[in-house]
Design a protein around this ligand. Structure first.
Ligand code: SAT
Ligand code: MN
Length: 586
C-alpha cells in the first residue's frame, strides 16, 4: 500500500515527466552532491573559500528577481472567500489553465522531493510540507530555510497531513508564471519562477498564505512578523513580535545590536519574517518561528546596520543576485566604502560606472538562523515564547510618529488593519508608492481580509492578558527630507519605552491616534538628536490624520459587509477624536 505522499509524488511525476526522481534526505552528503552539480552547470559560483567558506552566488534570470504579486492567486471555490485584496481564480479554472504548463515541464530534468518541517522539530505547533521541485537551488535553499529531509518524513509517517507544493521552473517566462494557492485543499502550485517567495514554497506560500487560512479555521495566527526578545538589566527577557512590509527592516530589527547594551539592554533573535502564534493553556500568546534560516535583503546591510548578519553570512551562505568582487567576495550597495573596481554585477556583466546598481536592489542572502550571534537560546523552543507586545510599522515619510501605543486590543487591531507603507523592491512594480498593507499581510493573507480582521478580534477576546499593540515608524523625514531618527541599534530605545509602558513606568500623551511618548519618557542619553527633532518625531498633525482617516474610509469600503463592525466603530472613534482635537470644545 502506498502512502498519500507516495501517491502525490507519483501523480506529479506522471504529469511533469522528469528523467529521475530524487527523495531528499537533508544530509550533508546530499548537499555536497547538489553543490557539485550546481557548480558544474553554473547555477552556483563559488565564493572565496578563505573568507566565505561554503558560500555561493546564484544569479536568477533577470526577469525573475522578486515576488510577482500580480501572478499570485488564491483559488477558493467562492470568489468572496479570497476577498477584495487577492487575485482569484476558481480551483477548477486554475488547474485547467496551469496543468498544461506542468505537463512535461521536468523532461530531461531531475525531480526533487523535498519533505520539510516548518517550526521546531518536536513542537506541537509545527507543520509538515513537501515541495516537489526541479531546481537544485530551491533544494539547497530549503535545507537552510526549514528542517528538511528525514526529520520531516519521520514525523509524517503514513499520514496525509502535509502541505503539498508542486514547483517547476518552467520556461521562466512571466507570461507563463503562476503562483497558485488552493487553501481549501492546503495545496500550492508554482510554475515559471525560481525566485525566493515564489519558489521556496515553505515560506510565503505555506507559512503565510496557506497557514493563515489554516490558522483562521483552527484558532491560531500565522503572521508576517519577526520575533525578538529584549533582555533588561535584571536579565528578564520580554518577547515581542513585529509586522513590517517586506524590505522595511524586519531582519535588522530582529538582529539589532542594542545601543543600550552598556545599560544592560540586549536583543535576542527568534525569527525575522514569520510568526506562528497560539494561545497556550495559560491564556498567553506563544510564538514560534516556523523557519530555520534568514532570506534577507543584502543592499544596505553593513557592519553598522547589522553586524550580526555580517558575521553570520561569512560561511555556509547562498547569495542571490549580489555583485562579485575580483577576489570572489559578494558585494552590494551600502556594504561599505566605494564600489571596488573590477566588479561583476548581478547580471554577470562587468560593472561600468556606478549609475546602475551592481547588486540587484532585492538581492538576498540565505543563511542558517543559528549562525547569527544574536540567536536566542529559545529560538527553537518547541513551546514557543510568550509575546508581551505586538508592533506594526511601515515607511511613512511624513505622517506617523516614531511610536504610539494603541488604547486596547480592538484599537490595536484597527491600527494594524489600517497600516500603510511606501513600497520597496521586494515585489515587482513601482517603488515608493504608499499602499495600505494591513498587518503587512496584504500580499500574504490566504483568505478574505475582512474575515482576517474578525479573526484578530476574536483571538484578542480569547487571550487572558493580550499583548499591548504598538505602531512604529523609523522612516519619518524632516523638512530637509532627511530621516529624523537614526534607526538600527538606536531603535532599542523605542523597544525600551514599550517595556516601560507595559510595566507602567513610562509617560505618554493621549492623542487621537493613540498614546505617544512624552519626550522625557524616552531614553535618549548618548544620542545626538535635537529636542526639535524629537518633537517633530512625536508630533501628531490632526489635519494630516483627517486626510488619512478619509483614505482609511475608502479602503474599508472594499470589504463591504465582511468588515467587522468593531473596526467601523474604531474608525468613527478616530474621526470623532480628530474632530475634537481640531475644534476644541469651549
Ligand atoms: O521573496 S520573499 O517573498 O521570500 C521575500 C519577501 O518579499 O519578504
Ligand atoms: Mn517578508
Amino acid at each position: 500500500m502506498s502512502t498519500p505522499l507516495e501517491n502525490w509524488v507519483e501523480e506529479s511525476a506522471k504529469l511533469t515527466k522528469p528523467s529521475k526522481v530524487v527523495w531528499c534526505d537533508g544530509s550533508e552528503a546530499e548537499n555536497n552532491r547538489l553543490v557539485d552539480e550546481m557548480l558544474g552547470d553554473q547555477t552556483y559560483i563559488e565564493l572565496n573559500p578563505k573568507t566565505y567558506p561554503g558560500s555561493y552566488l546564484h544569479r536568477s534570470n533577470p526577469n525573475d528577481v522578486a515576488r510577482t504579486e500580480n501572478l499570485t492567486f488564491i483559488c477558493t471555490s467562492q470568489r468572496a472567500d479570497a476577498g477584495p485584496t487577492n487575485n482569484w481564480m476558481s480551483p477548477q479554472d486554475a488547474k485547467e489553465k496551469v496543468t498544461p504548463l506542468f505537463d512535461g515541464a521536468m523532461r530531461n530534468r531531475t525531480m526533487y522531493v523535498v519533505p520539510y518541517v516548518m517550526g521546531p522539530e518536536k513542537s506541537p505547533y509545527s507543520k509538515i510540507g513537501v515541495e516537489i521541485t526541479d531546481s537544485a537551488y530551491v533544494v539547497a535553499s530549503m535545507k537552510i530555510m526549514s528542517r528538511m529531509g528525514g526529520v520531516a518524513l519521520e514525523r509524517l509517517g503514513n499520514s496525509p497531513d502535509f502541505v503539498p507544493g508542486l514547483h517547476s521552473l518552467g520556461d521562466l517566462d512571466p507570461e507563463r508564471r503562476f503562483i497558485l494557492h488552493f487553501p481549501e485543499e492546503h495545496l500550492i502550485w508554482s510554475v515559471g519562477s525560481g525566485y525566493g517567495g515564489n519558489a521556496l514554497l515553505g515560506k510565503k506560500c505555506f507559512a503565510l498564505r496557506i497557514a493563515s487560512y489554516m490558522a483562521h479555521t483552527q484558532g491560531w495566527m500565522a503572521e508576517h512578523m519577526l520575533i525578538l526578545g529584549l533582555e533588561d538589566p535584571s536579565g528578564k527577557v520580554t518577547y515581542m513580535a513585529a509586522a513590517f512590509p517586506s524590505a522595511c527592516g524586519k531582519t535588522n530589527l530582529a538582529m539589532m545590536v542594542s545601543a543600550l547594551e552598556e545599560q544592560g539592554y540586549r536583543v535576542w533573535t527568534i525569527g525575522d519574517d514569520i510568526a506562528w502564534m497560539h494561545i497556550a493553556s495559560d491564556g498567553t500568546l506563544r510564538a514560534i518561528n516556523p523557519e530555520a534560516g534568514f532570506f534577507g535583503v543584502a543592499p544596505g546591510t553593513n557592519e553598522k546596520t547589522n553586524p550580526n548578519i555580517m558575521d553570520a553570512v561569512h560561511h555556509n551562505t547562498i547569495f542571490t543576485n549580489v555583485a562579485l568582487t575580483p577576489s570572489h567576495e559578494p558585494w552590494w550597495e551600502g556594504i561599505d566604502g566605494p564600489m571596488p573596481s573590477g566588479l561583476v554585477n548581478w547580471k554577470g556583466e562587468v560593472q561600468k560606472g556606478s549609475s546602475a546598481a551592481a547588486a540587484h536592489p532585492n538581492s538576498r542572502y540565505t543563511v542558517p538562523a543559528a549562525q547569527s550571534p544574536s540567536i536566542s537560546p529559545r529560538w527553537d523552543d518547541p513551546e514557543g515564547v510568550p509575546i508581551s507586545a505586538l508592533i506594526f510599522g511601515g515607511r511613512r515619510a511624513r505622517l506617523a510618529p516614531l511610536v504610539f501605543e494603541s488604547r486596547n486590543w480592538q484599537h490595536g487591531v484597527f491600527v494594524g488593519a489600517t497600516m500603510a507603507s511606501e513600497t520597496t523592491a521586494a515585489a515587482t512594480g513601482a517603488v515608493g508608492v504608499t499602499r495600505r498593507d494591513p498587518m503587512a499581510m496584504l500580499p500574504f493573507c490566504g483568505y478574505n481580509m475582512g474575515d482576517y480582521f474578525a479573526h484578530w478580534l476574536e483571538m484578542g477576546a480569547k487571550l487572558k492578558n493580550p499583548p499591548r499593540i504598538f505602531h512604529v515608524n523609523w522612516f519619518r523625514r524632516g523638512a530637509d527630507g532627511k530621516f529624523l531618527w537614526p534607526g538600527y541599534g538606536e531603535n532599542v530605545r523605542v523597544l525600551k519605552w514599550m517595556i516601560d509602558r507595559i510595566e507602567g513606568k513610562a509617560g505618554a500623551t493621549e492623542t487621537p491616534i493613540g498614546n505617544v511618548p512624552t519626550p522625557e519618557s524616552l531614553t535618549l542619553e548618548g544620542l545626538d538628536i535635537s529636542p526639535e527633532a524629537v518633537n517633530e518625531l512625536l508630533r501628531v498633525d490632526p489635519l494630516a490624520w483627517v486626510e488619512e482617516s478619509q483614505a482609511i474610509g475608502k479602503f474599508f469600503e472594499k470589504f463591504g459587509s465582511r468588515l467587522p463592525e468593531e473596526l467601523r466603530t474604531e474608525h468613527q472613534n478616530l474621526a470623532d477624536r480628530l474632530q475634537r482635537s481640531i475644534v476644541p470644545v469651549k
